[in-house]
Design a protein around this ligand. Structure first.
Ligand SMILES: *[C@@H]1O[C@H](CO)[C@@H](O)[C@H](O)[C@H]1NC(C)=O
Ligand SMILES: *[C@@H]1O[C@H](CO)[C@@H](O)[C@H](O)[C@H]1NC(C)=O
Ligand SMILES: *[C@@H]1O[C@H](CO)[C@@H](O)[C@H](O)[C@H]1NC(C)=O
Ligand SMILES: *[C@@H]1O[C@H](CO)[C@@H](O)[C@H](O)[C@H]1NC(C)=O
Ligand SMILES: *[C@@H]1O[C@H](CO)[C@@H](O)[C@H](O)[C@H]1NC(C)=O
Ligand SMILES: *[C@@H]1O[C@H](CO)[C@@H](O)[C@H](O)[C@H]1NC(C)=O
Length: 369
C-alpha cells in the first residue's frame, strides 16, 4: 500500500505541476494555512495585480502565518476560511473581541455583504445588576464597573432601564436568532459573502475564475485546466480500482475454488485412503513445495461439537474457504501455531504450500509420523 500511495502522490504531483504551468495565477498559501488563496482574492506582493479582483487583497502576517484582510473603514480582520463555492469568507478579530469590531463595522466601501442581519442593541449595565441575572455578558467589552450585554429584543432593552444603550445597529449573523431573554455573546466568526465577481457557476463546474487576460477586466471561467486535473485523477483512480478490486476478487474466488475442489477430492479419495495405506498423492507436482500426505495426516484432526468452539486462537470462520464452521465439521490444526481450518481446505493447501496460510509458519516437513 505504501508503494501505491507513493505512485498516487507522484501522479497527483505530476498532474498538478502541469496545471500550474498553464495557469497564470496559481493558488497561494499563507504558511501552513489550510485554504487556498486564489481569484477573486490576491495575496498582496506574491501575485500580479490582475490575479485578484479590486477589494479582495489579502496579506500574510509575518510572525505567525495568518491571512489578513483590510476592510476599508473597519480595519484588519484575520481570515479563518474562504468558501469559494458559496462565496463566503469567515473573519475573526486579531484581538479576540469580535463584538467590539461588529459595533463599528461598515461594509459600504468593501465588496462584502452579509446574508442575514439582525438589529442588536448593546447595553452597558451596572456590574452588580448583571451578576444577579443570568445574562450572557460580552467580557471583552466590560470593565470593573460596567458589563456589556447585547440583545435583539426591544422588550429586553425596555426592561433593562438601569442600563444605558451604547449602540443599536444591524449585526451580521449566520442565522436569525430568536429574541430570547438571554443575551447573545457573538462567539462565532463573522461570515460575509460577496456577489461580484460571481463565480458560483464556474466553481460548481469545477472551474476557477480569473480575468480573461492581463489587460482585460472581464472575468472568465478557466474550466478546462481544472477539470483536466480532476478528470485525470479520476481516470487514474478508476485504473487503480479496476486493478486492485479484481485482484482481491480473484484471490477470494481462487481460494474458494481450491477449497471446493479439495472438499470434493477428499470425498472421492477418502474411501481408498482408509482402506489401503499406499494411496499415491493426488497432486504429485505440488508435493515438491508442499507437504506429503503422511505429514499432513499427522496433524491433529478434531470433529467440531455442537458449540462449534475451536481450540487455540481461532475464529468462527475458516480463513481459507471463508465458510463458517458447523457442528461435526472436521477441523485440522497446525501444531506449531495452533491455527485451525476445515480439514478439506487446509489439507489441499498444505499439499501445495507447506506453510500455515495465516501466519506463514512452516511446519516441519520431516516430522515423524
Ligand atoms: C492590491 O494588491 C495589488 C498587488 O499587490 C496592488 O497593486 C494594489 O494596489 C492593492 N490594492 C489595494 C486596495 O491595496
Ligand atoms: C460607512 O462608510 C461610508 C464611507 O466610507 C460613510 O459614508 C458612511 O456614513 C459610513 N456608515 C456608517 C454607518 O458609519
Ligand atoms: C432594524 O432597525 C432599523 C432601524 O434602526 C429598521 O428600519 C429595520 O426594519 C430593523 N430590522 C429588523 C429586522 O428589525
Ligand atoms: C467602564 O465602561 C463604561 C462604559 O461602558 C464607562 O462609562 C466607565 O467609565 C468605565 N469605567 C472604567 C473604570 O473604566
Ligand atoms: C484580452 O481580452 C479581451 C476581451 O476581453 C480582448 O479584446 C483582448 O484582445 C485580449 N488581449 C490579449 C492581449 O489577448
Ligand atoms: C472594465 O473597464 C472599463 C474601462 O476600462 C469599464 O468601463 C468597465 O465598466 C469595466 N468593467 C468591469 C466589469 O469592471
Amino acid at each position: 500500500m505504501e508503494i501505491l500511495k507513493t505512485i498516487i502522490f507522484f501522479f497527483t504531483f505530476l498532474l498538478f505541476q502541469t496545471i500550474q504551468a498553464r495557469n497564470e495565477c496559481p493558488s497561494r498559501f499563507c504558511g501552513k494555512n489550510q485554504f487556498a488563496i486564489r481569484f477573486p482574492f490576491l495575496l498582496q506582493g506574491h501575485q500580479p495585480q490582475n490575479c485578484g479582483y479590486p477589494g479582495f487583497n489579502l496579506s500574510c502576517t509575518s510572525q505567525k502565518p495568518e491571512v489578513v484582510i483590510n476592510i476599508p473603514d473597519s480595519g484588519d480582520f484575520l481570515v479563518g476560511d474562504i468558501n469559494y463555492m458559496i462565496q463566503e469568507i469567515q473573519l475573526f478579530d486579531p484581538n479576540g473581541c469580535l463584538p467590539k469590531r461588529l459595533m463599528s463595522l461598515n461594509l459600504s466601501s468593501s465588496p462584502f455583504t452579509f446574508t442575514y442581519s439582525q438589529n442588536f442593541t448593546f447595553l452597558s449595565c451596572p456590574i452588580d445588576l448583571v451578576m444577579k441575572s443570568r445574562l450572557t455578558t460580552i467580557d471583552c467589552l466590560g470593565n470593573s464597573t460596567a458589563s456589556v450585554v447585547a440583545t435583539s429584543s426591544m422588550d429586553h432593552v425596555k426592561a433593562m432601564n438601569m442600563c444605558s444603550t451604547i449602540v443599536s445597529m444591524p449585526i451580521p449573523v449566520s442565522w436569525p436568532h430568536r429574541n430570547e431573554w438571554l443575551a447573545f455573546d457573538f462567539k462565532e466568526d463573522l461570515r460575509l459573502t460577496w456577489d461580484v465577481p460571481n463565480c458560483v457557476d464556474c466553481e460548481s463546474k469545477g472551474g476557477i475564475c480569473g480575468f480573461q487576460n492581463s489587460t482585460s477586466n472581464q472575468t472568465h471561467c478557466f474550466i478546462d485546466t481544472i477539470t483536466g486535473q480532476s478528470r485525470g485523477l479520476q481516470i487514474f483512480r478508476i485504473i487503480v480500482l479496476s486493478i486492485v478490486i479484481p485482484a482481491i476478487m480473484c484471490s477470494i474466488i481462487i481460494s474458494c475454488f481450491l477449497c471446493f475442489i479439495g472438499r470434493r477430492r477428499h470425498v472421492v479419495v477418502s474411501a481408498p485412503r482408509n482402506g489401503t495405506a499406499a494411496v499415491a498423492p493426488q497432486t504429485p507436482d505440488t508435493t515438491i513445495i508442499g507437504l506429503d500426505d503422511s505429514t499432513i495426516e499427522s496433524y491433529t484432526k478434531v470433529i467440531l461439537g455442537e458449540s462449534r468452539r475451536l481450540p487455540g486462537p481461532n475464529g468462527a470462520t475458516c480463513p481459507i474457504c471463508l465458510v463458517d464452521y458447523d457442528p461435526k465439521d472436521i477441523i485440522r490444526c497446525i501444531p506449531q501455531c495452533e491455527h485451525c481450518f476445515h480439514s478439506d481446505c487446509i489439507d489441499e493447501w498444505l499439499r501445495m504450500n507447506g506453510t500455515c496460510p495465516l501466519c506463514r509458519n512452516s511446519p516441519s516437513p520431516s516430522r515423524p509420523v
